[in-house]
Design a protein around this ligand. Structure first.
Ligand SMILES: [Zn+2]
Length: 145
């Protein structure tokens, strides 16, 4: 991944319902069924960031906040693993993403998220009715969100 390449952040389904870190705002997702991630999972964008629709502005803000924080940590020499060094590295990483993230819209995410829950409901209703089990729900590969 070059430093100037556009990074596609795509909607991906997860079966792990937890609050995932957001790269952009340093916050967390809700326990969503659909996440927005880059291919190598280096970047994850929470729905709140999609909703705000100011990815670059938030990256900048979060990076600045980290740098500010880092400047207040006590200096433990030049240890690469120090908390301050880690914060600065994260801030630099965020800045490197500015202008490069191609993200889905909040509406696209919401549609995908709702559909997963609708499907899940339909699926459990089917099981209650004792219908033939078609196997686990498969997320279509070429879903045009
Ligand atoms: Zn976020």
């Amino acid at each position: 991944m070059g430093m100037t390449d556009v990074i596609e952040v795509k909607l991906v389904r997860t079966n792990v319902f937890t609050r995932w870190d957001c790269t952009v705002c340093d916050g967390r997702t809700e326990k969503d069924a659909v996440l927005c991630e880059s291919e190598n999972m280096a970047v994850r964008v929470c729905p709140q960031c999609l909703k705000e629709n100011d990815i670059d502005g938030r990256l900048e803000k979060t990076a600045a906040a980290l740098e500010h924080e880092a400047s207040h940590y006590p200096a433990f020499g030049h240890c690469e693993m120090s908390v301050a060094a880690t914060a600065l590295r994260n801030a630099a990483f965020m800045r490197s993403l500015i202008g490069r993230l191609r993200v889905p819209t909040y509406e696209q995410w919401e549609t995908a998220e709702n559909r997963v829950w609708d499907d899940a409901e339909a699926c459990s209703a089917e099981q209650r009715d004792d219908h033939v089990d078609d196997g686990p729900f498969e997320w279509p590969d070429d879903e045009p969100f």
